[in-house]
Design a protein around this ligand. Structure first.
Ligand SMILES: Cc1cc2nc3c(=O)[nH]c(=O)nc-3n(C[C@H](O)[C@H](O)[C@H](O)COP(=O)(O)OP(=O)(O)OC[C@H]3O[C@@H](n4cnc5c(N)ncnc54)[C@H](O)[C@@H]3O)c2cc1C
Length: 127
């Protein structure tokens, strides 16, 4: 860890993350966020808006693959559907992916959970 930075933001709650985001948007690069536990592990994790309770959760790394690209969106859609709906989801998604996107999705199998990687491999094996 660096011992000197231009700005050290202490605390990775909504306020600290927002400060870090806006500093980097303004072009600050020598900035660091210091969090003693996990990001959003403080009061930001659970917010109540009248009857609505919003709880922030950490997404596993594999759900972050291919950000802003169709292959990544496919992974996140399948993650949302879950293991029971993965086959139906794949059927719906496949026709919408280009060959390049499908290649990227196939390449991501190594980091995907087994319940998603296996049906994908089966699809590849059967053409
Ligand atoms: C009980 C409660 C209920 C609330 N309900 C609502 C609501 O319904 N609606 C709403 O809009 N707002 C609500 N708020 C307010 C809202 O949650 C807070 O204003 C907002 O989340 C505060 O964000 P924060 O980033 O300042 O703090 P936090 O989200 O608490 O983040 C602080 C972070 O700093 C870290 N940290 C602390 N000390 C150190 C240290 N020394 N070194 C490194 N890291 C450190 C902590 O681990 C934590 O991750 C509520 C607050 C509380 C306490």
């Amino acid at each position: 860890m660096k011992s000197h930075v231009q700005v050290a933001v202490i605390g990775g709650g909504v306020v600290g993350c927002s400060v870090l985001y806006h500093l980097t948007r303004l072009g600050w690069r020598d900035v660091m966020l210091i969090e003693r536990s996990e990001l959003t592990s403080g009061s930001s994790r659970r917010l109540r808006f009248d009857a609505l309770i919003v709880q922030l959760r950490h997404a596993p790394r594999w759900q972050m693959v291919a950000p802003h690209r169709p292959a990544g969106n496919a992974v996140r859609a399948l993650a949302w559907l879950g293991p029971r709906e993965v086959d139906t989801g794949l059927e719906a998604i496949m026709p919408k992916l280009s060959a390049e996107d499908f290649g990227e999705l196939a390449a991501a199998r190594a980091v995907l959970p087994i319940w998603m990687a296996e049906p994908l491999s089966a699809l590849i094996a059967h053409g």
